[in-house]
Design a protein around this ligand. Structure first.
Ligand SMILES: *Cc1c(COP(=O)(O)O)cnc(C)c1O
Length: 465
């Protein structure tokens, strides 16, 4: 791949981008002064920029490219679908073949009590659907006072009004005066960051019981649902202690509140099971999905609806006044179907559990020996490295938070590896098709990045020489 097919030189793209494009989650003024990186093509786990430089896509795009980039089979499935039926809606008692086939496929791979899916175009829309669905469920069940929804601090559920509200990102709440009323947040199970005074098991129980304390405070009869990611992604790949999820399940069952497992990242093989819930033995009532369901080839999301919730909507009757023009878009369904067929044929989920997952985990965890790394953690193919100024003093952190992470991220890009920085931790979530050689390459580049970041910090006098 060269930059030969580009229409404009890089500087021209940068200038036009700065003039006309406002990027998501971006300080536009700062970006416009620096100029954006221009990605022009991608194959497998490799990205190519407009200068011909190659990067290993350690983030699978944005946590979504399970089957890797450039799969002809998906391109052809979409092309064929667009020629046959480019678009038609699923309102007005109408359906079409790709949406039926995808719903059927999703029901077949989901846990036994999940037989239905409500489609939308993104993870954020999925959580907006969840928001209205859980409240409507309790209305249908004759308990309309059950309306409060509890999420977690530093959780991520998208960027729409409901997604931002359910999520626990305070910087996001500050813009748009959120959360909306009726949404509450409890502690996250982030042992390295917040729990080091206890042992991990004890801390997991403590964090789970924060939910119970919140339910007591609000009154059980007022709480509709609890929403959480099996492993928090955008919050920094926060892997809960093993004690956490069983205790959460106990609480949700005893208090009769719906459990929503946000599977937008953990779903579709990321943890070595089809759903992250299966990895932890979670039995949710609703599972929002997006990202890996189509490997990002086209935008599609949905809510997997358990029989418990679906039966209420079906048996109690009445219209659910909710849906999107693009709910079950034919081309997006065709892309997702082709993606899932590749995942099944190539046994990518099993591969994460038994082959590339353990292979990469071993090498990644070994990076924990680096003097800059306070903790290295990974489940399936999603992991983090916590960068710290003083390995000998586990509670110390860099200040201000985030500068060192950003420095390491920039160095990583220079080294041809995409890692994301969250605070001062480095995150990876590579495509599930990563080969052993590519895993070796990823770890080598990550280690080089740690070494170079470490020397830069020494030079700046920010860590002891
Ligand atoms: C990315 C993400 C979302 C939002 O998905 P979009 O497609 O960006 O709207 C929701 N939940 C989780 C857990 C996510 O990681």
């Amino acid at each position: 791949m060269t930059a030969a097919s580009n229409r404009y030189p890089t500087a021209e793209y940068r200038a036009r981008d700065a003039a006309h494009h406002m990027h998501p989650f971006t300080d536009t003024g700062e970006l416009n002064r620096e100029g954006a990186r221009v990605i022009t093509s991608a194959r497998g786990v490799w990205l190519t920029d407009s200068e011909g430089k190659q990067y290993l896509d350690g983030m699978a795009g944005l946590w979504c490219s399970q089957v890797g980039h450039g799969r002809e089979e998906i391109v052809e499935a979409v092309e064929k679908q667009m020629r046959e039926l480019d678009y038609y809606n699923t309102f007005f008692k109408t359906t079409h073949p790709p949406v039926v086939e995808l719903a059927d496929k999703l029901a077949s791979i989901a846990p036994d009590n999940f037989n239905r899916v409500f489609f939308c175009s993104s993870g954020s829309e999925a959580n907006d659907t969840v928001f209205r669905m859980v409240r409507t469920y309790w209305d249908l069940m004759g308990k309309p006072e059950k309306k409060a929804i509890i999420g977690r601090w530093n959780g991520y559920h998208g960027s729409t009004l409901a997604g931002t509200s359910l999520g626990g990102m305070t910087a996001m709440h500050g813009q748009g005066d959120l959360p909306v009323p009726g949404v509450h947040h409890v502690a996250q199970p982030y042992w390295f960051g917040e729990g080091a005074a206890m042992d991990p098991g004890e801390f997991g129980i403590w964090a789970a019981r924060e939910l119970e304390r919140k339910i007591d405070e609000l009154g059980e009869g007022a709480v509709a649902a609890f929403i959480a990611e099996p492993i928090q992604g955008a919050g920094g790949v926060i892997i809960p202690p093993d004690t956490y999820w069983p205790e959460i399940m106990r609480i949700c069952r005893e208090r009769d509140i719906l459990l929503v497992a946000d599977e937008v990242i953990c779903g579709f093989g990321r943890l070595g099971r089809w759903f992250g819930s299966q990895y932890y033995g979670i039995e949710p009532d609703l599972m929002p999905i997006a990202k890996g369901v189509s490997s990002g080839y086209l935008p599609i999301g949905g809510v997997m609806v358990s029989d418990r919730v679906a039966d209420a909507f079906i048996e109690k009757g009445g219209e659910f006044f909710h849906g999107y023009t693009y709910s079950g878009h034919p081309a997006c369904c065709a892309a997702a179907l082709a993606n899932l067929e590749i995942m099944q044929r190539e046994k990518l989920v099993e591969r994460v559990a038994d082959d590339i997952g353990p292979y990469l985990q071993k090498k990644w965890i070994a990076l924990g020996d680096h003097p800059l790394v306070g903790e290295a953690r990974m489940v399936g193919l999603v992991g983090a490295l916590e960068l710290v100024p003083d390995k000998g003093a586990p509670a110390t952190r860099f200040a201000p938070v985030g500068e060192v992470g950003t420095l390491a991220r920039d160095i990583s890009f220079d080294n041809g590896l995409v890692m994301r920085a969250v605070r001062d931790s480095m995150i990876i979530s590579p495509p599930l098709v990563l080969t052993h050689e590519e895993a070796d390459e990823l770890v080598e580049r990550a280690e080089k990045t740690l070494d170079e970041t470490y020397s830069a910090l020494k030079k700046q006098g920010r860590i002891a020489a």
